[in-house]
Write a protein that binds this ligand. Structure first.
Ligand SMILES: Cc1ncc(COP(=O)(O)O)c(C=O)c1O
Length: 392
């Protein structure tokens, strides 16, 4: 609305990690667009090479790594699955229920949310294991006495629904669209062990969790101590410019023998912006700020749970925090109408947040990595007021 100020705590769906119009990113774009806008990857430009070197230095798996750039998370996901299939000479892929991976046919096939699976025709080589969704445990168990039994479902799925020779397992370290479902700390490691025993690759979809979002580490998967074979990035790597990145350890990437091209992939303007994003995250200490200010914000959200009975669960890491709303804490019946009401009330008061989860009852909050504790306090106060305004 004209003249109205907003505190944006969703960042264009977990994308504007440095805040809107970050001056150093704007300057890098301006400079590059006056120098060279587009030649395609037929010519490796300086910005493209500089970005590729930088992201490969950060690769959280076994290094050296190699990078391929596209224009969106969906394309990067496609590239990751194709890379795994080419490398392993296998086709079956295990994804997670409640996961989201994009909007191509393959990505929709891996996405396990009925509202996001359009068109009916699905890739027949995708299987889905149970999600590590502790608040609504699919096995009706409780952590930690469950022994993270959900991880064993991956083995069961491989043994019962595939040829026993999977190409890969793919998961988001924190399941974004699913409502910031945050697996228990043992889960990714257990699954990696199972998948590797069956000689499949581990793909980390870091489209939402990458570039410091989870606080303290560059990638969400590093929180769990797992070294992925392939990593997918997008969203906040560009702070708003369209970009997709697929990185793989060199032995996997080198399996590509045929031709492939993305006309705009690694575009110099995009590459200059993304390289600057990484430089700013580093020079401003934002990976650490996401942990410290994110921790402070989390405390405030825990306070909201104590105050408002509708808040059934608080979860997430760093600058990726969620509140799951329920009508009753015992039955955990989802409260999607209240989630919509709180989101709208917050917007009216000048706070932008997001919504998600299979039941539409999870408030998703993902501010820029450089917010201050005062910003976090202001957001928490506005949320508190939005809960109060929608009660009863
Ligand atoms: C985890 C994850 N993977 C992949 C995608 C697809 O990215 P895009 O919308 O850029 O195609 C998204 C988008 O929200 C996502 O959250």
């Amino acid at each position: 609305m004209a003249g109205k100020r907003y505190l944006d705590f969703f960042g264009g769906i977990v994308t504007v990690g440095l805040g809107h119009c970050e001056p150093r990113v704007v300057a890098a774009i301006e400079k590059q667009i006056k120098t060279l806008q587009h030649v395609s990857t037929l010519f490796p430009t300086e910005p493209l090479v500089a970005l590729a070197e930088r992201v490969c230095e950060l690769f959280p798996g076994e290094r050296p790594a190699k990078a391929f750039f596209t224009n969106s998370g969906t394309e990067a996901i496609e590239t990751a699955i194709l890379t795994a299939r080419i490398h392993t000479q296998r086709s079956e892929v295990i994804a997670l229920r409640h996961g989201y991976h994009g909007r191509s046919m393959l990505a929709m096939s891996m996405t396990a949310h009925s509202p996001w699976r359009l068109g009916g025709v699905q890739d027949p080589s995708i299987r889905h294991a149970r999600a590590p969704y502790c608040y609504r445990c699919p096995l009706k168990l409780s952590y930690p006495s469950c022994g993270v039994a959900c991880a064993e479902d991956v083995e069961d799925v491989i043994k019962t629904t595939t040829s026993g020779r999977p190409a890969a397992f793919i998961a988001e370290p924190i399941m974004g669209v699913g409502g910031f479902i945050t697996p228990p700390k043992e889960y990714p490691g257990r699954v990696a062990e199972i998948v590797r025993r069956h000689e499949g690759l581990y793909i980390a979809d870091e489209v939402q969790t990458g570039w410091g979002r989870t606080g303290g580490t560059w990638f969400g998967i590093e929180q769990y101590g797992v070294k992925p074979d392939i990593v997918v990035g997008a969203k906040s790597l560009g702070n708003g410019v369209p970009i997709g990145l697929t990185m793989a350890r060199a032995a996997v990437a080198d399996s590509w023998k045929g031709s492939t091209i993305a006309t705009f992939g690694g575009n110099p303007v995009t590459a200059a912006a993304a390289k600057t994003v990484i430089d700013v995250i580093e020079s401003d200490g934002l990976v650490q700020n996401a942990a410290t200010t994110g921790g402070h914000f989390r405390q405030r959200l825990e306070g909201l749970r104590e105050k408002h009975a509708v808040v059934g669960d608080v979860r997430g890491m760093g600058m990726m925090q969620a509140l799951e709303l329920v009508k009753d804490r015992e039955t955990k019946e989802p409260a999607p109408e209240r989630a919509t009401a709180v989101l709208e009330a917050a917007k009216d008061q000048g706070l932008i947040i997001g919504k998600g989860g299979l039941y539409g009852n999870v408030l998703r909050i993902s501010p820029a990595l450089n917010v201050t504790p005062a910003d976090a306090d202001q957001a928490a106060d506005l949320l508190d007021a939005a809960f109060a305004a929608t009660a009863g």
